[in-house]
Structures are given as structure tokens and as C-alpha cells.
Design a protein around this ligand. Structure first.
Ligand SMILES: *[C@@H]1O[C@H](CO)[C@@H](O)[C@H](O)[C@H]1NC(C)=O
Ligand SMILES: *[C@@H]1O[C@H](CO)[C@@H](O)[C@H](O)[C@H]1NC(C)=O
Length: 305
């Protein structure tokens, strides 16, 4: 799940839906394809102000760095989190200060008692300084993370099994469960609610990370074979939603859906983020997890506007 803010409100969006196909197969290119051995699944990404991309892997508990502007981009390992199987959501509450969700998954099921929040501080340069912020022992399947707009200390983290959101202070380590709602709980055979179900909605938050209203649904999926995952918002509030098994879908604030890409190259897309540097703010980077342990994930770049 991705929680993103527009203006002073943070819209927590939870995923699903699809309708119109606007095929444009030449609008993307592969930035980096991981070799199939060892199997590498990408779950999330964040783009630094200098354009470099941080990647979370679920196949190993790592954060990696990829420079898409390099002639031949190659990922570099920044950190391996101890005692866990996976790195998940990434948020950037301050420039070059990242918060990372770490924990164990067994298939789609999170392992209760395994989840923690870390920071990776790149303000002093690479490879950065990793530090554990707190464990969240009651969490069952932490997944996506978001900043709280206008607040450099707080992040919001989604629990896909509990259908809950935790607010975490990355400076003090204090955390609290702030939202649990039946709209956010798992609905299908996969035990993941907020983050990757066939429902797309929003929750308003203020700068203290307090929900200012109930979750509302923006749109529903039109096909039961599609599952929404993370997304990026453009400056007009359109969401670019990664959509399993192989699509990228744009959803307007009014809920109008357009398939931007439908390609086997987008093999289980898990998250998306816009470029940050001059000339690249319409470039949408998409990460994929690949096909269960045999085909690794990739980083792709889509011309999105
Ligand atoms: C999480 O996975 C790691 C690595 O396999 C393991 O050492 C650790 O005990 C697991 N934690 C829990 C709570 O199961
Ligand atoms: C995407 O492509 C697949 C394979 O060609 C097709 O089955 C599916 O219906 C397409 N999705 C949409 C939304 O058109």
C-alpha cells in the first residue's frame, strides 16, 4: 500500500479496479532487469532528489541503490537488515532520510512479531547509516509506508492483515495504531487488505498524521483477475497504480481508469514513483517482483505525461 499526500491532506489510497485499454507499448523501457539467480523480488522504491533510486527487496532483507542515469545502471547493496526476510515500504520524510519497513513474509502471509521500522540516513552520503527505530510486535503484515505531508518526524505504515494503519515517529520510536476499518481488511483468498486489493480509496490525514475522515472508495476493479498494488500520484492528483499481473493503470481523482501499459515486461508490478530531476518528472519508475522465485524483478521507466 502507498499513502500519499496532496496539499496538507494525506490521501491513503488502497487499491483496485480497471477499465479502458489505451495501448502504448513503446512508452516504457527496462532500466534494469535482475538476473534470475539469485531470485530477486522488488517491492518498493523511493527516488532521491539526485535521481538515484532506492529499492526494497522482499526476496532478501535489503535496500539497494540504482542510478538510472548511468550508461549501464547496476544496483548496489546499501544495507542488509538483520533477523528478517524482507524489506517492504520506503518513505522519505526528510530529504535523503528514508524510513523502511522490515519483517518476515511467508508467501503472502506476514509473520506476527517480525516487523520493525528502520531508518537509512543518506544525508552524509553513501552507503548511509542504518538504524532501527522500533519493533511493532503486534503488527501482522506491515507493507507500505508514507510520509505525513509537512511533518518530518512521522510516517504512516499499512498493515495489510489487520486492515490497520500505524503512525510511527521515526525520531522517538513511538508508534500508535490510528486506523482500522473493514474497508482496509483482506477480502479475497490472499490475506492482504490495505495495499493490494480490488478496491481503490482514500483517507484524509492532517499534518499530525491524524485521520480527518473515514475511508472512502474512489473506484472498484472491473475484473476479478486484477489486483491493485502501490501507486504514484502526479501533480494533478492522478494515481498511477501498479496492477497485477502485468498492468499500469491511471486513475483520475474522479475514478476514471485507463490502462497505460499491459505487458509481460511488467511482470507482477508492485510499486511506482516519479523521477525527481530536471526533465524526468514525467518519468514514472515501476518495480516488479517477477514470477514466484523463477523470474526476477525489474525496474522500468514509463513516459507517463
Ligand atoms: C524472521 O526471519 C529471520 C530470517 O529467517 C529469522 O531469523 C527470524 O527468527 C524470523 N522472525 C520471526 C519473528 O519469525
Ligand atoms: C492485458 O493483456 C492480457 C493478455 O493479452 C489480456 O488478457 C488482458 O485482458 C489485457 N487487459 C486489459 C485490461 O485489456
Amino acid at each position: 500500500m502507498r499513502l500519499i499526500q496532496s496539499n496538507r491532506l494525506a490521501a491513503a489510497l488502497f487499491g483496485l479496479g480497471v477499465a479502458i485499454l489505451a495501448s502504448a507499448q513503446d512508452t516504457y523501457h527496462v532500466v534494469y532487469q535482475y538476473p534470475n539467480s539469485p531470485y530477486t523480488a522488488l517491492e518498493n522504491l523511493a527516488v532521491r532528489s539526485n535521481g538515484q533510486i532506492l529499492l526494497s527487496t522482499t526476496s532478501a532483507p535489503t535496500t539497494q541503490l540504482l542510478d538510472p542515469s548511468a550508461a549501464s545502471p547496476k544496483p548496489v547493496l546499501l544495507y542488509t537488515y538483520p533477523g528478517a526476510t524482507s524489506a517492504l515500504g520506503i518513505a522519505q520524510p526528510q530529504t535523503d532520510l528514508f524510513a523502511i519497513v522490515v519483517g518476515n513474509y511467508s508467501g503472502f502471509a506476514g509473520v506476527k512479531g517480525s516487523f520493525s521500522i528502520w531508518t537509512l540516513d543518506l544525508r552524509g552520503g553513501l552507503p548511509g547509516k542504518a538504524q532501527k527505530v522500533t519493533s511493532i510486535p503486534e503488527a501482522e503484515a506491515l507493507n507500505g509506508a508514507s510520509i505525513v505531508t509537512g511533518n518530518p518526524s512521522l510516517i504512516l505504515v499499512a498493515d495489510s492483515a489487520l486492515g490497520a494503519i500505524f503512525r510511527v515517529n521515526i525520531i522517538t520510536g513511538q508508534y500508535v495504531e490510528i486506523e482500522q476499518n473493514s474497508l482496509l481488511t483482506p477480502t479475497g483468498s490472499i490475506p492482504l487488505g490495505i495495499n493490494g486489493v480490488r478496491l481503490f480509496g482514500k483517507i484524509p490525514f492532517n499534518t499530525q498524521g491524524t485521520a480527518m475522515g473515514n475511508p472512502t472508495v474512489i473506484t472498484h476493479a472491473l475484473s476479478s483477475s486484477l489486483t491493485y498494488d502501490d501507486f504514484a500520484l502526479d501533480s494533478s492528483g492522478n494515481a498511477y497504480v501498479t496492477n497485477h499481473p502485468q498492468e499500469l493503470t491511471r486513475i483520475t481523482p474522479a475514478g476514471v481508469q485507463t490502462v497505460i501499459v499491459n505487458s509481460t515486461a511488467f511482470d507482477q508490478p508492485t510499486s511506482a514513483a516519479f523521477g525527481t530531476t530536471s526533465g524526468l518528472t514525467c518519468t514514472l519508475y515501476v518495480v516488479t517482483s517477477g514470477t514466484s522465485t523463477t523470474i526476477s524483478g525489474a525496474v522500468l521507466a514509463v513516459q507517463a505525461c
